[in-house]
Ligand binder design. Structure first.
Ligand SMILES: Nc1ncnc2c1ncn2[C@@H]1O[C@H](COP(=O)(O)OP(=O)(O)OP(=O)(O)O)[C@@H](O)[C@H]1O
Length: 606
């Protein structure tokens, strides 16, 4: 890392201290000063004790007084340690709260196209991993700057003592040696961390992935079912050993050479200082001065072994801070590049949604996924999109929700261009029920109310949505009713089956619709249900959403045929569009797909 970057990184870390409270920083600053001067106070007091005792055979009162000062200084140094821990922990927590808030805000405000980019999602995953591994956080890195400052004050005071009591000819090389030892030590540490974090990134991700496989509730089930426990143990052990071997190799390469060189320098300067002190005092044997000088000389030389409590914390703090600011920069760049939304507009509930010659290509892809898509989704009617796996159906929904922007063409809502609408306000108009709907480890009440978190909770609408979604029985069986946490991991919590969760997710979507959403999107939420349960689900769904603008993605044609219009997405474009009967009569792709599925179903039933 070049010097300017290094300085910027230190200043960035120091700037984090703004996240701490004044009532934390003021005592910490006082502690820095006190800790900075205590060692030389002890050294000077001991010098006075020796000087007084040496010059007379009686022990005078002044010697006792200086001894008391020395003992107090030494005791205070020990007592300050727990105080440091309390203060720096509090400061680190305050800073980390800010840092975490920044991370979450950035992650959630990032446009989906940015959030899904490998470098951005990788940074977010790194930040989370750094946090989870219990490694020092940005907050503890910034807080460690305070004891580090105290150590530099100690250095300055000790060098001044040597300069005044012996000679600046000794003090200046001592200071230079301390700085050199420090640069050498921190440089090696920083190179090691850089290598560990960037050079071994893939190995580290793999090892943590394997460790998580056995403990993650979803994958652990599959590992057990497939009897992969032995395989997982062997693979995790092998990859962990290989990873640790590389880590230790890097440690040896990065640390060992510099350690030898800098120890030699420190040793040389130490010998020089002690010889010089002895020579100077040989002409004027002041024992007290000799005691002071010898002790003060050791302070700078101790810098050679690093400052373990501060160095690891600040180096990790740099890393964690770097990851968070990198993520923030990428998100900010995406916001700057995004078009500023126009004034808030009123969208009529009867506004049709139209894809006008829409082309779309994912960033980094070499060709368009969607090509000249033209489709109108009329208000108050249901429309289905069908197509093979990977045809781009979900991508059309992402475009419709404003998560991505068409590469060419546009989507309109009534007379408005979707790109001109406030994306947050627009998304609040959409009630979505998707393949991977979230099962919040929260109460039933929260799970439904989150459908319209931007509106004050409406208890009547909440119960109506639960009733309409046929989830009343689920509610009545829960031990604490609406306030039961839907997760067995909580005391008094209850786990639900896949089908029961589907009902809760439907209730959430219906609640969103009751609270103002004008477009209901259904993206394969029933993929895990058996055909009968799926048919019943859709029957209810279409009854409940009659007269509402609905967009459905489903692979089962028994579902699709209930919609008012069907669009076939094939080769990136809409190739057929009409009612079920019209498309069957046309004997095109839809008719072929429908008959294939019907035949297969007959075979299975027969
Ligand atoms: N964020 C992304 N970045 C790059 N490519 C993506 C991204 N998301 C999806 N794709 C690619 O776009 C293509 C279409 O994906 P999409 O999810 O829209 O298909 P789909 O028609 O909904 O498929 P399915 O029926 O299997 O759910 C796939 O090839 C997929 O790999």
């Amino acid at each position: 890392m070049i010097l300017a970057d290094r300085i910027r990184a230190w200043l960035g870390l120091a700037a984090l201290l703004r996240g701490a409270r004044v009532r934390q920083l003021v005592p910490a600053a006082a502690l820095v000063v006190v800790s900075g001067v205590l060692p030389v106070t002890f050294i000077l007091a001991m010098g006075q004790v020796v000087a007084t005792v040496w010059s007379t055979s009686d022990v005078p009162d002044t010697a006792t007084s200086w001894l008391v000062v020395a003992v107090l200084a030494m005791t205070a140094q020990q007592l300050l340690d727990p105080l440091w821990t309390v203060l720096t922990t509090g400061i680190a927590r305050s800073i980390d709260r800010h840092a975490h808030h920044r991370l979450i805000t950035n992650a959630l405000s990032a446009p989906l196209a940015t959030a899904e980019r490998g470098d951005v999602s990788g940074k977010l995953a790194d930040a989370v991993r750094l946090h989870r591994q219990g490694l020092p956080t940005p907050g503890s890195g910034a807080a460690a700057l305070l004891p580090l400052t105290a150590r530099y004050l100690q250095l300055g005071a000790a060098v001044a003592v040597v300069g005044v009591t012996v000679s600046w000819l000794v003090a200046v090389p001592l200071l230079a040696a301390a700085v050199l030892l420090r640069i050498g030590h921190r440089g090696a540490l920083s190179r090691y961390f850089h290598h560990y974090w960037h050079g071994l990134a893939d190995e580290r991700k793999r090892v943590f992935y394997l460790h998580n496989l056995g403990t993650d509730s979803v994958s652990a089930k599959e590992i057990r079912a497939l009897r992969l426990t032995g395989w997982l143990r062997e693979r995790t052990g092998r990859e962990t050993a290989a990873y640790l071997a590389k880590t230790w190799k890097a440690r040896r390469e990065v640390y060992f050479g510099p350690f030898l060189r800098y120890t030699a320098v420190g040793f040389g300067v130490g010998v020089f200082a002690i010889v010089t002190i002895a020579v100077l005092h040989g002409q004027d044997p002041g024992v007290a001065g000799l005691v002071v000088a010898a002790q003060a000389t050791l302070v700078p030389l101790r810098f050679g072994r690093g400052i373990p409590d501060c160095d690891t914390a600040t180096e990790h703090g740099h890393l964690a801070h770097d990851v968070i600011t990198g993520h923030e920069r990428a998100v900010r760049a995406a916001h700057t590049a995004a078009r500023a939304p126009a004034e808030p507009v009123t969208i009529r509930r009867d506004a049709a949604i139209t894809f006008e010659h829409v082309h779309f290509r994912y960033p980094g892809a070499d060709r368009d996924l969607l090509r000249d898509v033209r489709l109108t989704i009329p208000a108050g009617r249901s429309t289905a999109i069908v197509g093979l796996n990977g045809a781009g159906k979900t991508t059309m929904i992402k475009l419709l929700a404003g998560f991505h922007t068409p590469t060419h063409g546009r989507i309109t809502v009534g007379e408005h261009d979707l790109g001109d609408l406030d994306p947050v306000a627009w998304r609040q108009r959409i009630a979505a029920l998707t393949q991977n709907f979230t099962r919040f480890d929260l109460t039933l009440r929260d799970n439904v109310l989150l459908g319209a978190a931007h509106r004050p909770p409406d208890h009547g609408a909440l119960l109506d949505a639960i009733t309409l979604a046929n989830a009343r029985e689920i509610l009545e069986a829960l031990p604490h009713g609406l306030d039961t946490v839907l997760s067995p991991r909580y005391h008094g919590g209850v786990g639900l089956s896949g089908g029961q969760w589907q009902r809760i997710a439907l209730a959430r979507a219906l609640y969103a619709q009751a609270m103002g959403a004008s477009l209901v999107v259904l993206d394969e939420p029933t993929a895990q249900l058996d055909p009968r349960a799926e048919a019943a689900f859709h029957q209810e769904f279409f009854e409940l959403t009659a007269g509402v603008t609905t967009l459905v993605i489903a692979h089962r044609f028994s579902t699709v045929r209930r919609t008012d219009a069907i669009a076939v997405l094939d080769g990136g474009t809409i190739t057929e569009h009409g009612t079920h009967d019209e498309l069957l009569a046309r004997s095109g792709t839809y008719a072929t797909m429908f008959r294939l599925q019907a035949d297969r179903f007959d075979q299975l039933a027969g």
